[in-house]
Design a protein around this ligand. Structure first.
Ligand SMILES: [Zn+2]
Length: 479
């Protein structure tokens, strides 16, 4: 059996040897996705989709609890509509896929496959908002968007991806600002408390903000290889789109005012964070709160009389308590152990003739590999507690790693040294000049990830030009 185990694990490249290959191997071996027929598209397979559905389910609940309604807008945008807001069209134009024909007939106006839906919502709001009584409008939609990417990787960057996009309209700039904060908070809650991934919260620099936004808020996570991943963004539009699309309302004094808007999105890209934060050389590790199967029962010597009956009985007892499944196939237990470790199922429950005799089972944790014997009479208390411990442990491990991989630099030599030695986030002061931001990117390939809400003053001068510093920025190489 030892030999078999070894061969199985060798299907995954060690992350220390080649992290990119490790990622590709895990995505494939854990049966999350396959490539689609058009370059850069992906087929999300049942197990990958089951994880995503749990993430989506929690986020959808939070979006509704904060007062939003789901809607569904069209996939298509007329070219003239996409061009209404100048910064927006400039930002997205290089990635737009165009429909030029309907059947054999050439269209009079090209139609964009939505890369994002701001302009569709704006057009709708301009027709449907008249009075202060119509505000706020708090809409969200789940859907697919298309961005014609040059280089693609499953979940991280794909030509078509699934996401939610919230689009809201408010009476005042301050209301829109509160909404922008609120939804960033929802994303941080989801990612930290369900995906067990710690994030830095902050504002994007003007260079990195959303095309057409007044400002963009972001949550940034650190992957195992020391690169950052933008994990969710929330944009304040001010009245820029409202002016371009003439979205006005009559206030209480009968005076015409522009609305103030936001948008916010989180996509299947977050699956990449899940894989790259918690995964290890045995495969995926899924946090219990979003795991489609939280515990897998593997009967041992299941051909012996009574073992399978007892295993099914156990499954039935537990299924109202946790998401539990059983593998009663005729595959060897060793194969099953490897398979469910690969899939990152948080707990394995082993049960054989000797365990049945003693009225106990063996619980094996995916995160630490530790095993414990638990009496059947205690299992209904122990299992939920163990799942909670695993959830916390995954978060704490990721937090420790993120903190260890967050360094400071006060000049470019230090900055480059940190990147070379270990990567991760670099805290450094910035003068606010885009020229320094561009120079840092050109010299190091690291980008500004966010201007954190929790500011510190670690130096008086800009890390790049040495002039007076304005604020602290987190920098990192990023996906
Ligand atoms: Zn500078």
């Amino acid at each position: 059996m030892a030999k078999k185990n070894k061969d199985f694990v060798e299907k995954i490249t060690a992350m220390e040897d080649d992290f990119a290959q490790w990622y590709t191997d895990v995505v494939k071996q854990a049966e999350l996705v396959e490539y689609g027929q058009v370059r850069g598209t992906m087929i999300i397979k049942p197990y990958g989709y089951a994880i995503w559905e749990n993430i989506k389910g929690e986020l959808d609940r939070m979006i509704k609890e904060t007062g939003h309604s789901n809607v569904q807008f069209p996939l298509f945008i007329p070219e003239s509509l996409l061009q209404k807001e100048a910064d927006h069209v400039e930002g997205f134009a290089p990635e737009v896929a165009w429909v030029t024909h309907g059947g054999d007939e050439e269209l009079q106006e090209r139609i964009a496959v939505r890369p994002t839906s701001e302009v569709l919502f704006c057009e709708y709001y301009s027709k449907n908002i008249h009075s202060y009584r119509d505000l706020p409008k708090l809409y969200n939609q789940w859907g697919n968007v298309v961005r014609w990417e040059k280089t693609t990787r499953p979940f991280l960057r794909s030509s078509e991806f699934h996401w939610q996009e919230g689009h809201t309209a408010h009476a005042t700039d301050e209301d829109a600002a509160q909404e922008t904060d609120r939804m960033l908070g929802v994303y941080a809650d989801l990612v930290e408390n369900y995906l067990a991934v710690p994030v830095y919260r902050g504002r994007k620099t003007d260079k990195e903000k959303f095309a057409g936004a007044k400002y963009t808020l972001t949550i940034e996570a650190l992957m195992h290889d020391g690169k950052a991943l933008q994990s969710g963004t929330s944009h304040h539009f001010g009245s820029g789109f409202a002016e371009a699309f003439d979205i006005t309302y009559l206030d209480k004094n009968g005076k015409s005012q522009f609305v103030h808007q936001t948008s916010w999105g989180l996509s299947t890209r977050i699956m990449g964070a899940l894989i790259m934060v918690h995964g290890d050389n045995r495969g995926l590790v899924v946090p219990p709160r979003i795991a489609p199967t939280q515990a897998m029962i593997v009967p041992i010597a299941q051909h012996k009389e009574g073992v399978l009956d007892k295993a099914y009985e156990l499954r039935d007892q537990l299924k109202s308590l946790i998401r539990v499944d059983i593998d009663a196939s005729d595959k060897m237990p060793g194969w099953k152990f490897n398979e469910y470790e690969m899939k990152g199922i948080p707990v394995r429950i082993e049960m054989g003739p000797k365990d049945i005799e003693k009225n106990q089972v063996v619980l094996a944790r995916r995160d630490t590999g530790e095993k414990e014997f638990v009496a059947l009479s205690e299992l209904q208390d122990r299992l939920p507690a163990l799942l909670e411990e695993i959830q916390q442990n995954l978060y704490n491990k990721a937090l420790t790693h993120r903190n260890e991989m967050t360094s400071s630099a006060t000049n470019m030599d230090e900055f480059k040294q940190v990147l070379e030695d270990k990567g991760g986030f670099i805290k450094a002061m910035w003068c606010g000049d885009v020229a320094c931001e561009e120079k840092i990117k050109e010299d190091t390939t690291a980008t500004s990830r966010c201007i954190p809400f929790e500011q510190e003053k670690i130096a008086d001068t800009c890390v790049c030009c040495g002039k007076e510093a304005k604020e602290l920025v987190y920098w990192a190489k990023a996906y």
